[in-house]
Ligand binder design. Structure first.
Ligand SMILES: Nc1ncnc2c1ncn2[C@@H]1O[C@H](COP(=O)(O)OP(=O)(O)OP(=O)(O)O)[C@@H](O)[C@H]1O
Length: 296
């Protein structure tokens, strides 16, 4: 369905994306993850036909994304990373304009989405907050019921409640057999909804993995507070990766060995447990060297 072949776009600065190769099957949810500046937006802009690749191609449903971009317009729901709308239009005016452009007849989905995200469409876009603009972008990307979604960091700017609503919406679209590509640097988000994920770093794809195997790579770190300081040495004398912070506080890194982790903790005087968020960057920095080769 989506085929990226040797796609290269080099900016004057020498940065960009280089020899990207991946395919996304019909009905698949593909996460595209990488740190800031890795090349996610550049790839997505090529899929939308907004950029002229230096080399290679992106093809969707047999249609060349650059050469025949107009043909894809109604098939794709695109959410840009930075939303620069017609700032002087009111929210509803913009949505009506987009529906006319796309010849969308059935407006019920638009209205359902406005209600779902509690979007106030009365005000001018330039007066909307970042989160409100993001919601407007989501309604725009989803309201014509396209078969493919290309979403650039879709939850950015949304509060946790809205993020959750959005992820539920993605689940429903996935169930309806839609093909979804979404960029993100939030591991949890990709983990929750994606089947596979491509990892991009310094403009190159370093891995395309099943999300299940990606999960196995993830380590979690917990800060444990104890009431009895003797428990610190008890914790240090086993197979767990434990670092002492104070005489009653330790940091434990768990790498899928939860069973052992809970077994040992159940025997200690735990009075507090706090999970440390691990950034996605840390996850793959640990597993992929600069050369893009897996280092176990
Ligand atoms: N128009 C441009 N001209 C020159 N360099 C650019 C341009 N757009 C992006 N770049 C550079 O290309 C690289 C990839 O940028 P890109 O925006 O694709 O990354 P990204 O993965 O989307 O990052 P982020 O997560 O920060 O949005 C970066 O080094 C960026 O500085």
């Amino acid at each position: 369905m989506i085929e990226v072949k040797n796609l290269t776009q080099i900016y004057k600065s020498g940065k960009g994306v280089f020899d990207l190769n991946f395919t996304i099957k019909e009905g698949e949810v593909f996460g595209y993850i990488g740190p800031n500046g890795a090349g996610k937006t550049t790839t997505i802009r090529n899929l939308l036909g907004f950029a002229n690749p230096t080399k290679g191609s992106a093809v969707i449903n047999g249609i060349n994304c650059r050469k025949e971009a107009a043909k894809l317009q109604n098939t794709i729901g695109y959410l840009p990373g930075e939303i620069t709308f017609f700032e002087n239009m009111k929210g509803m005016e913009f949505l009506r304009f987009m529906c006319e452009m796309r010849h969308t007849k059935d407006l019920s989905r638009r209205d359902e989405l406005i209600e779902l995200f509690e979007l106030d469409t009365k005000g001018k876009i330039k007066k909307m907050s970042k989160g409100m603009k993001q919601k407007l972008g989501i309604v725009t990307a989803f309201m014509h019921d396209p078969s493919i979604y290309i979403l650039d960091e879709p939850t950015s700017g949304l509060d946790p409640l809205m993020q959750n609503l959005f992820m539920n919406l993605l689940d429903r679209e996935k169930e309806r057999g839609k093909t979804i590509m979404m960029s993100s640097h939030i591991f949890e988000e990709v983990q929750r909804v994606c089947d596979r994920a491509g990892i991009i770093k310094d403009g190159r794809i370093v891995a395309v993995e099943d999300v299940q195997s990606l999960n196995a790579m993830k380590q979690e770190t917990f800060i444990i507070r104890l009431s009895n300081k003797n428990d610190v040495s008890k914790l240090m004398n086993n197979k767990l990766d434990v670092k002492k912070i104070t005489d009653k506080k330790v940091k434990i890194t768990v790498n899928n060995n939860y069973k052992e982790f809970f077994k040992i903790l159940s025997d200690c005087s735990v009075i507090g447990l706090e999970a440390e968020q691990q950034s996605l960057e840390n996850v793959f920095m640990k597993y992929y060297g600069k050369d893009g080769v897996t280092h176990e």
